[in-house]
Design a protein around this ligand. Structure first.
Ligand code: DAH
Length: 335
């Protein structure tokens, strides 16, 4: 008995995990454990011996049980401590800086333009990039023999529609959609099938703006555009107005801005002229008012088409339009 007891207690003392203790328990007290087996053989002993052996075995069984229970408390506590230590997070360690994203310069300038116009009472509209010939051309008083319809300039879609070559189709759409008087802008991407260079890209951005009222003035048109430009550039910019021809306006103008990349001395962006065409504009042609479902005897309007990509280039002094669509992170991360 004494030997058995010492052996059991030694095993219990040596066990350093709760799993090991469980094994010791099974070894001694399990269904086929050493003590259990011995208790089963009591019946084969003589009655006198049986009594003593039974008592001693039960005392030993209790002692082993108690020892295991006590040891389990100690071992479990140290196991929990170890686990906690391995989970410890040192909150004083320097963190890993997450690289935050930001808006593309085109998006930033678009939002700025939208903001300036919305403060002047314009609302912002979004019209389809895949457009019909009617809205892109006919409705804008661009007859079918106009060079702008040349397949060189326009991407035609297989379903008979085309990719809009400018944001002007929104003029006719807006007049059909809203009751005048109103003023609205429609920013968006436009597409032209042309060779690319520092100032030409097949996909670029424009913002179209129109104001429809019973009587509108060129003075109001120009003052709206000056407000826009000083809003975007944060200072007065140098502009000039020239006559310009567009089938959908009469009279038509070209508003040029002095090149802000070279300051007017000449560079690839301004084709070495010192000026960049930024905003063609004019009073809406009566045929266009009519295409919009309004009576030109009753309603007038002005419109402008702002080259957003050019504006972004001027604003951030970008010398090649192709950077804008390049997807090059070295470019985008500079803003
Ligand atoms: N849609 C013309 C273009 O992309 C630009 C334009 C000219 C828009 C005169 C206008 C305008 O609204 O009045 O070339």
């Amino acid at each position: 008995m004494e030997e058995l007891k010492n052996e059991a207690l030694a095993q219990i003392a040596q066990a350093t995990t709760t799993a090991a203790l469980k094994e010791v328990e099974v070894h001694w007290l399990g269904k086929k454990g050493l003590i259990t087996e011995r208790l089963k053989t009591l019946g084969t002993l003589a009655p006198e011996e049986r009594k003593n052996a039974g008592r001693d075995l039960n005392i030993l069984k209790n002692e082993i049980q108690t020892a295991i229970a006590e040891r389990t408390v100690t071992v479990a506590a140290s196991e929990i401590q170890q686990q906690a230590a391995s989970l410890f997070i040192d909150t004083s360690m320097p963190g890993i800086r997450a690289r935050s994203g930001h808006l593309h310069p085109l998006t930033m300038v678009t939002e700025q333009v939208v903001d300036v116009f919305e403060r002047m009472g314009f609302f912002t509209l979004d019209y389809p990039e895949a457009e019909s010939e009617f809205f892109n051309f006919d409705g804008l008083n661009i007859p079918s023999d106009h060079p702008a319809r040349d397949t060189q300039d326009t991407f035609y879609l297989t379903d008979g529609n085309l990719l809009r070559t400018h944001t002007s189709p929104g003029q006719v759409r807006a007049m059909r959609e809203f009751a005048p008087p109103f003023k609205a802008i429609f920013p968006g991407r436009v597409f032209r099938c042309e060779a690319t260079d520092a100032c030409h890209e097949h996909t670029f951005n424009q913002v179209e703006g129109i104001m429809i009222d019973r009587s509108v003035s060129v003075a109001n048109l120009i003052s709206s555009m000056m407000t826009l430009l000083s809003g975007v550039f944060g200072r007065q910019v140098v502009v000039r107005l020239r006559p310009g021809f567009f089938p959908f306006v009469e009279p038509g103008f070209e508003l040029d801005i002095q090149c802000m990349v070279c300051g007017g001395s000449g560079c690839p962006v301004c084709k070495r002229s010192g000026w960049v065409e930024l905003m063609p504009c004019g009073l809406i042609h009566p045929n266009v008012i009519r295409a919009g479902g309004l009576d030109p005897a009753e309603w007038e309007g002005w419109a402008f088409g702002l080259g957003l990509s050019r504006l972004v280039m001027m604003r951030y002094e970008i010398d090649d339009i192709r950077w804008l669509m390049s997807g090059d992170l070295r470019f985008v991360r500079q803003f």
